[in-house]
Design a protein around this ligand. Structure first.
Ligand code: CA
Length: 223
């Protein structure tokens, strides 16, 4: 469990939301701290040591995006951006502001706690015992030395996601970056390719998941 003693900074101007998050995070064993505005949060991150920041996008004064960009000039602390609009996530992803994950309001506090734990797990030093090799020229992928039998369409999808482990890609980005020249591929088709890749990976290494879905948003590659 990653929770004990981890300091989580909640930057949120809606007090009721912050209080609920504080309660849930405390119950899960985290040490949450709450700040209400962007500038104070930025100063606190500069001066303090937080293990993760839950950062609301819409803040009075300095907004969450500015804070996130600014933090990235001096710190790699994991940041989860919280947005009130699910449509906004695609735009945020495109901005490459350096957030580690995105949560949309309204959220369930339980989900937030799970996402916080997941981001912290990813931020922890990896223990790679399974290698994923991508052979560009041969259009082949092998996992733990075993050849994964993919179609060319599946290969392009996996190659894109694996090129930046941990990074979240929306379906629109996947379409644009992996299939811009292929009119046959649509959002729904992406989901079915992902399903096929997962099935093939699990057949090769039982229990292994390399493509993770982020509900309503897209996918990320992660061992
Ligand atoms: Ca807000």
């Amino acid at each position: 469990m990653t929770a004990p003693g981890k300091r989580i900074l909640i930057v949120e101007d809606e007090r009721t939301i912050a209080e609920i998050l504080m309660d849930y995070l405390r119950q899960a064993g985290f040490l949450p701290v709450h700040l209400e505005n962007g500038q104070t949060a930025l100063d606190a991150i500069r001066n303090g040591s937080f293990d993760l920041v839950l950062l609301d996008v819409m803040l009075p004064g300095l907004d969450g995006l500015t804070v996130c960009r600014e933090v990235r000039t001096f710190s790699t602390v994991p940041i989860i951006l919280v947005t009130a609009r699910v449509e906004e996530v695609d735009r945020l992803l495109g901005l490459e502001i350096g957030a580690d994950d995105y949560i949309c309001k309204p959220f369930s506090p339980r989900e937030v706690v799970a996402r916080v734990a997941a981001v912290l797990r990813r931020a922890a030093p990896p223990t790679p015992d399974i290698r994923v090799d991508i052979d560009e020229a041969g259009q082949r992928v092998s996992i733990g030395g075993h050849r994964l039998d993919l179609t060319p369409t599946e290969f392009r999808l996996l190659r894109l996601l694996a090129s930046r482990p941990g990074r979240l890609y929306s379906r629109a980005q996947i379409l644009e970056l992996a299939y811009s020249d292929d009119k046959e591929v649509s959002d729904r088709v992406i989901d079915s390719h992902v399903k096929n890749i997962r099935r093939k990976v699990a057949a090769l290494v039982p229990g292994l998941e390399v493509i993770h879905a982020v509900y309503g948003i897209g996918y990320r590659f992660e061992l």
